[in-house]
Design a protein around this ligand. Structure first.
Ligand code: PEP
Ligand code: MG
Length: 593
């Protein structure tokens, strides 16, 4: 039979191969085009009313929850949105378009909303109105979702399928993962976006930046996803399926081989021991971390409980999650990072409007210090969980000394408030992920118990390259010597002040970066759990003295490509047996092509 294979290429994110039917995840469907003659006005009106009712119900639940937790001041934030839904003028305007212009409910709603937003935003002198426009945009998206977006019940159809979408948010991925999807292909997406990080953590094969994929697929079509090499095949022939089935088997064999070293230490041939720990986003990943031999959690990202619910969780909900992780990992330690909301992780009630430069804006510790109540509640949950095992607190997005001093004061105050036992000490560390923090690491080190280098953001901010924007992806390279120089400076200042330093960005699990980070003196590597066995195998074949030579050379190179070429030479000459391993974990770089 003639082959019907349509082969597409993208960026490999999460390894693994799946052959299955696709599921088109289309959140914001374009308005359905219906022949004017065919349009049933009553049906469209009913659809609209139902969407408004559902959106209102959602808002009321959120409002009540916020009110219970934070008081009426906070819940009032949603009042404007509720009023919007009840606005008679708005209803009339939409109905008019449906009735007179024979528009669908979606189209009529979008048209009225757009005009409404334009008229408000024109009044640029009024901050109040501009903020209200944001509220309306939010509620607008909620209604559009109800009208034309995918319904939660549709997500159930994703079971055992390969999801295809333009992009998905992290919470959407989590919901889809719960349904048991077997792969995910995105038309856009970023290498170190949180969605990509979570897909890896959940071991779901993922390929991103596959141009045109959403236009090419139809739900029900069969596809192959190869998350190791970034290949997508649509309508594969039987022959192609067999080829990929074989490749899948080889990959699994290789992984099983690696599992043999899970219980061994990560120790170099000349006796230097490195701590290999895991990055997690939610408790269910602890088992994956343990299976892969993690000796602790080096980064527990805590935003997802907030994002999943759409508002801050209760202290009890947080405590339950944290405590279950802490107990399972005991006696090893768990570094709980306080919320790093903002930028791409927005939350309704601490959302103050569209920012020109969200990654340079209201994010991480900046939000916590201003929304102190939310910060304090999380600290209570963390401190309570610290009594169940070994916990360290980590502050994200630190860019100056004052933030650390203030955050530490709040931590001490919360301890007093909850009568935290005086004989218990909880380490407080900071992420070094903003160049200013690396450059000021000599002054920051005396204030904290450890540093953890967030190489994803450090790369983004050092090279001024949006980590999620594929247009500039070719510039994004954590092995750029400028990033390495900041890491070197951070490590030196940490050690001078007798504190340890880890790396918890994606580069910690990149085989090409591991020898360099070791050579620069990093004490701990924290990575997505499935990368741990590969990292361990590399470390166990490497000597610290060789790593130091490589790191020194790397600091003098002109770009990341030259550094990777050095390492490739090293592999060919000394570690040919590791070649496959390097391929498994390799992070592809546009600028190496
Ligand atoms: C980082 O920036 O490297 C990091 C680990 O934090 P996140 O990816 O959560 O921003
Ligand atoms: Mg970061």
């Amino acid at each position: 039979m003639k082959s019907k294979d349509a082969i597409l290429r993208g960026m490999p994110i999460s390894p693994g191969i799946a052959i299955n039917k696709v599921f088109a995840f289309n959140r914001y469907k374009l308005p359905t085009r219906i022949n004017k003659e065919e349009l049933n006005v009553d049906k469209e009106m009913l659809k609209l009313q139902r969407a408004f009712d559902e959106a209102k119900k959602d808002l009321e639940t959120i409002r009540k929850h916020i009110g219970d937790m934070l008081g009426d001041d906070y819940s009032a934030i949603l009042d404007a949105q509720l009023l919007f839904l009840e606005d008679e003028e708005l209803h009339k305007a939409i109905y008019k378009l449906i009735e007179e212009k024979k528009m669908t409910a979606e189209m009529a709603f979008r048209t009225v909303l757009k005009n409404y937003l334009i008229s408000i935003e024109k009044q640029t002198n009024s901050n109040y109105l501009r903020e209200r426009a944001m509220d309306f945009r939010d509620i607008g998206m909620r209604v559009v979702d109800k009208l034309g977006g995918i319904l939660t019940s549709n997500i159930k159809d994703a079971k055992n399928k390969i999801v295809v979408a333009n992009d998905v948010s992290t919470t959407e991925l989590l919901n889809l993962a719960q349904e048991g999807i077997v792969g995910i292909i995105l038309a856009s997406g970023g290498q170190t976006s949180h969605t990509s990080i979570v897909a890896k953590a959940l071991e779901i094969p993922m390929v991103i930046q596959v141009k045109g994929i959403t236009e090419l697929i139809k739900s029900g079509m069969t596809a192959i996803i190869d998350g190791k090499d970034g290949i997508v095949v649509l309508n594969p022939s039987e022959k192609t399926k067999r080829q990929f089935e074989k490749k899948h088997k080889d990959y699994i064999d290789e992984l099983n081989d690696l599992k043999g070293i899970v219980d061994l230490d990560a120790i170099t041939v000349d006796g230097a021991k490195i701590d290999l720990v895991a990055n997690i986003e939610m408790p269910l990943e602890v088992d994956i971390a343990l299976h892969n031999g993690a000796k602790g959690i080096g980064l527990y990202r805590t935003e997802f409980l907030y994002l999943e619910k759409g508002f801050p969780p209760t202290i009890e909900e947080m405590y339950n999650d944290y405590s279950s992780v802490v107990k399972k990992m005991s006696p090893n330690s768990v570094i709980i990072r306080t919320i790093d909301l903002g930028a791409d992780k927005l939350l309704h009630d601490i959302y103050y409007g569209k920012e020109q430069n969200p990654f340079l804006g209201w994010r991480g510790i900046r939000i916590c210090l201003e929304k102190e109540l939310i910060f304090r509640e999380q600290l209570i949950a963390i401190l309570k969980a610290s009594l169940d095992g070994e916990v360290k607190i980590m502050l994200p997005m630190v860019s100056n000394i004052e933030e650390v001093i203030k955050a530490k004061e709040i931590i001490e105050d919360v301890k007093k408030e909850i009568n935290y036992p005086k004989d218990r000490y909880v380490d407080v560390g900071i992420m070094i992920e903003v160049p200013s923090a690396a450059l000021m690491s000599d002054k920051l080190a005396p204030l904290v118990d450890f540093f953890s280098i967030g190489s994803n953001d450090l790369t983004q901010y050092t090279l001024a390259v949006d980590r999620g924007n594929h247009k500039v992806n070719y510039i994004y390279d954590s092995l750029h010597p400028s990033v390495l120089k900041l890491i070197q400076m951070t490590v030196e200042n940490a050690h001078k002040n007798n504190i340890w330093v880890g790396v918890c960005g994606e580069m910690a699990g990149d085989p090409y970066a591991i020898p360099i980070l070791l050579g620069l003196g990093v004490d701990e590597l924290s990575m997505t759990p499935i990368s741990i066995p590969v990292a361990k195998k590399i470390i166990r074949n490497l000597s610290l003295s060789e790593a130091k030579i490589l790191a020194n050379k790397a600091l003098n190179h002109r770009n990341g490509k030259e550094i990777r070429t050095d390492i490739d030479k090293e592999i060919e000459e000394k570690f040919i047996s590791l070649k496959n391993i390097f391929n498994i974990g390799r992070i592809n770089h546009d600028n190496d092509k």
